[in-house]
Write a protein that binds this ligand. Sequence first.
Ligand SMILES: *Cc1c(COP(=O)(O)O)cnc(C)c1O
Length: 226
Amino acid sequence: MSDLVSQITARRSDILARLAKAAQDAGRSASECQLVAVSKRQPDARIEAMLEAGQRVFGENRVQEAQDHWLARRERYPDLELRLIGPLQSNKAADAVALFDVIETIDRDKIAGAIAREIRRQDRHPQLYVQVNTGEEAQKAGVTPLELPAFLSRLREVHGLSVHGLMCIPPVDEPAGLHFALLAKLAREVGVTSLSMGMSSDFEIAIGLGASSVRVGSALFGERQS
Ligand SMILES: *Cc1c(COP(=O)(O)O)cnc(C)c1O
């Protein structure tokens, strides 16, 4: 094994052990908590090493960069699962539906319409999540908690889309647990089962509050390139 592969393998084992411990402490099974390796702005060599370490689920926040990282690798790894965790523009809807298995950032009618059209046109059916702006921050994407029920109805009734889960990114200056608990409560209220929440610094808290997937970047790969 190269140094990089053994280093990345060790990092991944450490994160998986922490994930399993957090699940166990919460009386949950580790298999209910999926580790999404966030590969945005990571060098190719680390991505290759992560694949060698056995990781198959990856998150990206830009469609174009995700294509650069994954279009060719998809052929080599048919069991890859790719998740879009960043903001989506409607002119990228076709590429997003073509590439991703999960799109976590549905938050506007225009995007929903564009995604629905592409799903029909391509007959590809990625799982869809709605991003919730739990902190109601002006600069952040996502629907507010208050808007969520009506937005979900519109997705179903106007666009014919079914929603698999909710996703949030808590404000940096507030305890993340409050936001994870709010997202879990909203999911119960609207009858959605999957929860994408928790990053490098707080994924154990998220697992304790019901995350079904955690999005971990720097703690797995090392610091990102700027
Ligand atoms: C970059 C990113 C992450 C990963 O962040 P780390 O702190 O490096 O784990 C998770 N979620 C989203 C939406 C991101 O953009």
